[in-house]
Design a protein around this ligand. Sequence first.
Ligand code: SF4
Length: 325
Amino acid sequence: MPEPLLEVSNLTVDYLTGETDVRAVRDVSLTIHAGEFLAIVGESGCGKSTLLFAVAQLLSPPAELVAGKVVFKGKDMVRLSKGELRHVRWRDYSLVMQSAMNALNPMKSIGAQFKDTLTAHAKMSPEAIRQRSAEVLGLVGIDAVHLGSYPHELSGGMRQRAMIAMALLFTPQLVIMDEPTSALDVVGQRSLMSQIKQLQEQLHFAVIFVTHDMSLVSHYSDRVMVMYAGQVAEVAQTESIFNRPLHPYTKGLLDAFPSVRGPRRPLTGIPGRPPDLAHPPTGCSFHPRCSEVMPECINREPELYPLHGAEVRCLLYVEQLKDAV
Ligand code: SF4
């Protein structure tokens, strides 16, 4: 097995609020190999975006990385200086944020913003900048004439595509995406997902894709990591997550969206709300909402157990685990 492109170990992030510190990400580990597509799913507030920001070394106060390692291409990113990080960001990994309207500068044309990014990270002639900008815009199906357009002159879908084009200016090996399709309608979402997958296959970059919508990633990701209350609840191959979900929270998420693979069925949500991370429940953090809760779940905190090629944080599988050993 080749070395992973990115290896995150035991990452823990706190929001230092002064009164009660909030542990938003707890002891999360993940690996991603070159060209792989990892989806991270969960409800709002489960820690998935904080995890992304920690991986990209973009946390700002009051969020603080209090433990863990982020090794990218063999380098511990946590120990890199700002200057060293600047060299790696955009060139080796890049980010696509949730709302292009917020991420793009409304006062500058798309071409000017591409130029700023290119000149900040490379020495290039004006002609090379123009050529590369037109090339990446072409990759996402936008005519080079729109290099002169301002963000408000583009549709929502085109703005997100322009953001993706910007993330590809240096053909990085990893593109981190934080709900990039959330501002689009369903048709726009599917079309953008197909385009991302096509580009990924063409350019062989790895993707970490954060979403609250399980159905969105079912056809595109290689693996899915489900997060709940700042922890990994389950991680498995995409097919296994959709056909044989193990964790009751994963099952609840799947039941909350129309099935894109199986027959029609009524949608059911997950009762209750995600926990207040300043005062997390005892035992299993999902126990107040779990349809399969057992008495021991209230006081015993489950570990992440390896099972059938997946990993699952649920006490339901402890007996099976003993049998498997
Ligand atoms: Fe539900 Fe218990 Fe499993 Fe937690 S450990 S998910 S409460 S069955």
